[in-house]
Design a protein around this ligand. Structure first.
Ligand code: ZN
Length: 433
């Protein structure tokens, strides 16, 4: 089984349970729901980390970022999906505008074409240099992060600090208009990430610009004292961004279909991590490992002509756990290419239902690894153990899917089993997990 090309679409900060096909009744994803009806839907897919750097460094390498020093750059020592494909004759393209994934941090490796909203010119203009410096500031520490973020917002002249979904879709369409038959294209949509500023037609309620700004300020401040009405409005803004992205993905599909570009192209859709709305007392995505931050949508859509050739089901629901560590080997599997020898994951087309490990070790907004923030989690057979700086937490995911009742004291036996599983899966000493 193989297709000629793969289109990988990632949405920043999209938690699974806000998508219709994953159970939401908010009417957020009519297009993705229709796609899900004819795709393979992995209902239990989890990110390796709860933020862009801790997730993408794993997604593109199929290895844990902390095996290679962390998040400060996509170092050459790591396996790279785009590079692996490029070496096997697949033309590779990446389109995004997340500063953490810019060429500044090495994420352009292996891409024949890389569009990160930072100019490619040998002599970048002043604005471009300021953008790069602002992006670099994000990595240093919390104070520099705040300064860098403000600077970053200021140097983008539009109200959003990134390329919006309409422009992203246009760029992907441009890129694919003359792409060769054998290609891998990755596009990343940032709209669902805060600040939540959905186009009005995608918002299900009237909110004044002042109200929208005030709500976004409270996300920035990570304000735990939001009233119920505030929280509902905030989630409505997030859902509005999701409706907008869904509409743009529909436009992308329809246009590619009209051009005949989907006849031999598989499409993989996922998110780098989720988003918290006070599920555990915070807003946004902080370095913690609860499911609102790790559970992501994951769809694999195959062109009708390729479905019969697949020696596995080509559509339907898969409930077994998978990790985004498995994404790179899934892409190579779809293309009929051997995975890179050092990929750590396994193709989700072949295997699911294994223990899933996630981890993080940097403060919010900072790329430098700091042991004081190190957390690791393992979920296996309906249970989840989190090992963090304040000790361990244990959750029975069947009885308590929201992870609210810590059973660490009540079930030391289960915690010990999971600690062993974590050590085996992660290849670390059980005393050092
Ligand atoms: Zn992200």
């Amino acid at each position: 089984m193989a297709v000629e090309s793969v289109l990988l679409l990632t949405v920043d900060a999209l938690r699974a349970d806000h998508c219709g096909f994953a159970g939401s009744d908010r009417g957020t994803t009519p297009f993705l729901d229709s796609l899900a009806a004819e795709a393979l839907v992995f209902e239990s897919a989890f990110a390796v980390g709860p933020g862009t750097p801790s997730s993408f460094a794993a997604l593109f390498s199929s290895r844990y970022p902390l095996e290679f020093g962390g998040y400060e750059g996509f170092s050459a020592a790591r396996p790279s999906l785009p590079e692996h494909l490029h070496r096997r004759g697949v033309t590779t393209a990446g389109v995004h505008s997340n500063p953490y994934l810019s060429r500044h941090y090495g994420y352009d490796r292996g891409f024949d074409h890389f569009e990160d909203s930072f100019e490619e010119a040998d002599e970048p203009g002043l604005l471009d240099r300021v953008k790069t410096e602002a992006g670099a500031l994000l990595s240093r520490n919390e104070t520099a992060y705040r300064l860098g973020r403000r600077l970053f917002l200021a140097v983008f002249d539009e109200e959003k600090p990134y390329v919006d979904a309409t422009e992203t879709t246009d760029r992907v369409l441009d890129r694919l208009s003359d792409a060769p038959d054998r290609s891998f294209c990755w596009a990343h949509y940032l709209d669902v990430h805060e600040p939540y500023l959905p186009p009005g037609e995608h918002l299900d309620r009237e909110l004044s610009p002042g109200r929208v700004e005030a709500l976004n300020d409270r996300v920035q401040a990570d304000d735990p004292d939001l009233g119920e009405g505030d929280l509902a409005d905030l989630e409505a803004l997030y859902d509005g961004e999701l409706r907008y992205v869904d509409a743009e993905l529909r436009r992308l599909f329809e246009e590619l279909e009209a051009r005949g570009r989907l006849e031999d192209t598989a499409v993989v859709i996922t998110a780098d991590h989720g988003e918290e709305f006070l599920d555990h007392g915070r807003l946004g995505h902080h370095p913690r490992l609860y499911d609102e931050l790790l559970h992501v949508p994951f769809l694999v859509w195959l062109p009708p002509g390729a479905r019969d050739e697949l020696d596995a089901p080509a559509s339907g629901r898969v409930s077994g756990q998978v990790s985004l560590l498995d994404l790179a080997p899934t892409v190579t599997d779809l293309l009929g290419i051997d995975p890179a020898p050092r990929f750590g994951g396994r193709s989700v087309l072949r295997e699911s239902g294994h223990p899933v490990v996630s981890e993080v070790s940097n403060p919010h907004g900072v790329l430098k690894v700091d042991e004081r923030f190190r957390r690791r989690s393992v979920r296996s057979e309906g249970w989840k153990l989190v090992v963090g700086p304040d000790g361990e937490e244990l959750y029975d995911l069947e009885a308590d899917p929201d992870e609210l009742e810590d059973l660490r004291e009540a079930r030391p036996d289960r915690a010990a089993e999971l600690r062993t599983t974590l050590a085996e899966e992660r290849g670390v000493d059980p005393d050092a997990v």
